[in-house]
Design a protein. Structure first.
Ligand code: SAH
Length: 459
């Protein structure tokens, strides 16, 4: 008999990518095989995002588009997962999408996996493995006081393991920025056990993964929800001892929690990449107050100066929202000046989108017209692109360490420690190799270079 097939569609943040890998691993363990096209699948999982209206529209559109498929093949199982569903799936969802069989909270595919396992008679087996069946987010979040999560077993994580993988270390978020829907959809902040994370890291490395990115909505709050020890710095020190793991990253940081212990760990540990993602969100103190971010522009600038002092050559990435309620032209220019003056290494730009249930949607007027949001977005994009061109031009002639993640249009593609994308030619299979590349050409978003030497190690 042919094995059953699954297809996973993912949009949104890195946490969703990690969650989808987890679902894939669970389905692999049940004997399912991944397929590219949803028409060929017996199980379809849509892993959703609602951070902005545009993402939500895509989720609704994609979910609706599967209606015809379900009519043609009623046996196909459709699961809608993630932030569109939220930690407490509303009964309304079933009415809105009668063709969907499972509604799965973020990071928790247990009801799907248990049902499929029961169907194939592997339920008993499954229970003896510490898999999703015991990884119940809501229950543990409400009944267990301490660190609660069982390990997520990335049982096989694709047929061929990726070079770089994500591991969630803090679920949910308790910060409640006024614009953000994530806390209500992903629930309260909850750190995972250090030993589970380390075991999972070792597992992935054993399968061939070379770079791990630890994830959390506010990753530097790792451990803070249960007393602060062990914390993210401890995790970085511990993970650095894992043989065969070459690179470690973590994201996303919050300016108030990215403390000196963490920065010191990045500075000291050679495996931890000098790459910090720390969003400012706005370059004006009143807007930051309205967003309830908890810091000022001056404090953010001091933090950037400190990162650069403690971690020479660090790449610093930020996020900025334009058109937050009440953002005047003058206040917007604060965001412009921040990008112009700080010359950061990446800026994720977003136009403000009111989200249901958030403080800003309930109590503030979305008064910056769409055209104006677009203009502000474009203005910052053009500015940042110019900065990146200049910064990348300065790299020409330098030799940089690149971890090769795959191929693209006949070239090898990898990233530097500072998260820059580099392409180069080589006749042999370079996947998963750590190489030195001399940079020869540049654009704002990637570099091209010539292969110099393979510096892959065994430790
Ligand atoms: N917890 C992480 C990621 C949040 S979502 C953090 O704090 O950085 C990723 C980005 O989406 C945010 O940093 C923010 O810039 C943007 N974002 C969140 N809510 C938004 C909204 N309502 N409208 C527009 N952009 C939003």
């Amino acid at each position: 008999m042919n094995s059953k097939k699954y297809h996973i569609w993912t949009i949104g943040c890195q946490m969703n990518v990690a969650d989808s890998n987890h679902v894939a691993a669970e389905l692999d363990a049940l004997g399912y095989e991944p397929v590219e096209r949803d028409e060929e699948a017996d199980v379809i999982v849509l892993n959703s995002c609602v951070v902005r209206q545009s993402a939500e529209d895509k989720v609704v559109g994609h979910t609706q588009s599967l209606k015809a498929l379900k009519r043609r093949r009623p046996g196909v199982k459709i699961a809608l997962m993630g932030c569109f569903v939220g930690i407490h799936p509303s009964p309304e969802l079933q009415k809105q999408f009668p063709h969907v069989d499972f509604f799965l909270p973020p990071s928790d595919p247990s009801s799907l996996i248990t049902a499929l396992a029961a169907e194939s008679g592997t339920a008993k087996q499954l229970e003896t493995q510490t898999t999703t069946a015991r990884h119940r987010l809501q229950d543990e979040a409400t009944t267990t006081p301490g660190p609660a999560y069982q390990s997520i077993r990335h049982l096989s994580l694709y047929r061929e393991p990726p070079v770089a993988a994500y591991i969630p270390i803090v679920y949910g978020c308790s910060h409640a920025c006024t614009y953000c829907i994530i806390p209500s959809r992903r629930g309260a902040e909850k750190s995972r056990r250090l030993n589970d994370i380390l075991a999972e890291t070792r597992d992935l490395v054993r399968q061939g993964v070379r770079e791990i990115t630890y994830l959390g909505q506010i990753v530097d709050r790792y451990g803070k929800d249960w007393g602060g020890s062990p914390d993210l710095a401890d995790l970085l020190y511990e993970a650095s001892h894992i043989p065969g793991l070459w690179r470690i990253r973590f994201l996303t940081s919050h300016p108030n929690y990215l403390d000196d212990r963490i920065l010191q760990a990045v500075a000291e540990l050679t495996k931890v990449c000098e790459h910090i993602e720390v969003p400012i969100q706005a370059g004006d103190d009143e807007v930051l107050r309205n967003m309830r971010r908890g810091y000022t522009v001056a404090e953010y600038k001091q933090l950037v100066a400190k990162i650069r002092r403690m971690i020479p050559g660090a790449a610093i990435h930020t996020d900025i929202i334009v058109g937050f309620p009440g953002e005047s032209e003058t206040q917007f220019m604060g965001s412009y000046r921040i990008l112009r003056d700080l010359r950061l290494d990446k800026a994720h730009l977003a136009r403000y989108s009111p989200r249901p249930g958030t403080v800003s949607a309930r109590t503030m007027t979305d008064d910056v017209p769409d055209d104006e949001k677009r203009r502000r977005h474009q203005t910052l994009e053009t500015l940042q692109e110019g900065i990146l061109r200049q910064k990348n031009a300065a790299l020409v002639g330098q030799t940089m360490e690149v971890l090769v993640e795959g191929q693209h249009k006949g070239k090898w593609r990898g990233r530097t420690r500072t998260d820059k994308i580099v392409f180069f030619h080589h006749p042999q299979d370079m996947q998963g190799r750590l190489v030195q590349v001399r940079i020869e050409k540049y654009g704002p978003y990637s570099l091209q270079g010539e292969f110099m030497e393979d510096v892959s190690t065994t430790t």
